[in-house]
Design a protein. Structure first.
Lengths: 214, 214
DNA sequence: TGTACATCAGTGAACGCGCGTTCACTGATGTAC
DNA sequence: TGTACATCAGTGAACGCGCGTTCACTGATGTAC
């Protein structure tokens, strides 16, 4: 399944090389880490000559940035689906959201690496930046709904809450849930660690479970 | 200040090449990221022939692992000093501890990269592993003192608390406080974000500020 | 429907480069007596 | 204190390799008439 869409190999023209290169990058990142693959590698993996990728990407960085962008798009989809507009209750939806974040890091370690660990500068590429912000917007929207449940006095800023949740989750994902060798071993599933952490945090905000729309 | 200890260049024998190579690695990581430097680079930076490093390190990975190990040692020192056995009060000491973590990531981005982002397998090298565990032990010790303040009923496991704090802090450090290009911009200082996060978390644990030994 | 032509997406050979690594070597340092 | 020798820590030349990149090219595809 080297090229998943049009099936069967074709002749002189590959037909879908851009997609194939992205898949190659994902496979090679999974194999050797984000720093461990080369443009030539990707070409070889896709079964084309080393010059072919230049028709589609200026250089290796542009390829990685494209992978990261696609990663953020899929990430946004997954988070949106998990949050599901806060249904049926904010707390249960929020918990799903966190688990979905972690699940993505575990299920798609290659995307996750390209997005967060490949050293691509998010701000340099507007498309990448937009994709990244769309993902964060899901978190932020959820945080807004959550703080809106609280009495107006002493309501924490939604942005802060979103950043906190993001940080906790990203911290757990980076330290304990990645697919590669740098992962630390942990005496419990990372999902449990995250769930407890988020619950304690929300309690600290003054959001006991029963008050949050259950 | 290429070789800081014995000053002045010497002749045929460098005299302190191992140290110089470590410093070279730190400088080059700062410049190009953990993946962006080579063994030959380090030799060049230290002003020796490309074969010289082989007298001190088997390969590039061994050099990076050594840098990471030293990083963890310094990290342990900084954390220990910040925690200061919980004096004068657990909450204020805990806050110092978190800030110190963040400060290290910001002050020593090269060490931090080598420790957490260079893809070295912690478990492969016993010395590295021990150094890493010593750093975590400081966090864990602090968490133990903290939960010991709580009524025995419903006391959370200290290990969990330590892992939570580690994750939050590492998440913030990775996303917002690193020195390199992958850092996201943030509408507030990362230290403030962390402080708020830890305070909310501790409140969620049932540790109001005044009950914690102040 | 057929044909001529333009354009597109790939080839494959070639290049310069820097890296990792080995090797016999040599200058400097330490030590036994 | 001096000398002979062993050991240590570096040299520098050399190698094979794979990468990035360019280039003229060519087969396949699309389009105008």
């Amino acid at each position: 399944m080297k090229w998943g869409k049009g099936d069967g190999p074709r002749g002189y023209h590959h037909g879908d090389l851009k997609e194939a290169l992205v898949r190659a990058a994902l496979a090679l990142i999974a194999e050797k880490g984000p720093a461990g693959f080369t443009f030539a590698d990707a070409a070889r993996w896709a079964g084309v000559s080393p010059a072919a990728p230049y028709r589609h990407f200026r250089d290796r960085d542009e390829l990685i940035a494209d992978v990261a962008r696609r990663g953020f798009e899929q990430f946004t989809l997954a988070l949106t689906k998990a949050w599901d507009d806060g249904k049926p209750g904010l707390m249960v939806a929020f918990d799903r959201l966190g688990k979905s974040y972690l699940d993505f890091a575990k299920r798609e370690p290659s995307y996750y690496s390209a997005m967060f660990e490949a050293g691509v500068s998010i701000d340099a590429d507007p498309q990448l930046r937009a994709a990244s912000e769309a993902a964060f917007a899901v978190l932020r929207g959820a945080a807004e709904k959550l703080v809106a449940q609280m009495p107006p006095k002493g309501r924490p800023p939604a942005l802060m809450v979103a950043l906190h949740i993001w940080s906790m989750t990203h911290g757990i994902a980076s330290l304990f849930a990645r697919g590669d060798a740098a992962r630390r071993t942990l005496p419990m599933p990372p999902e449990d660690l995250l769930e407890a952490s988020v619950l304690i945090y929300l309690r600290g905000l003054g959001l006991p479970e029963q008050s949050a729309g259950r």
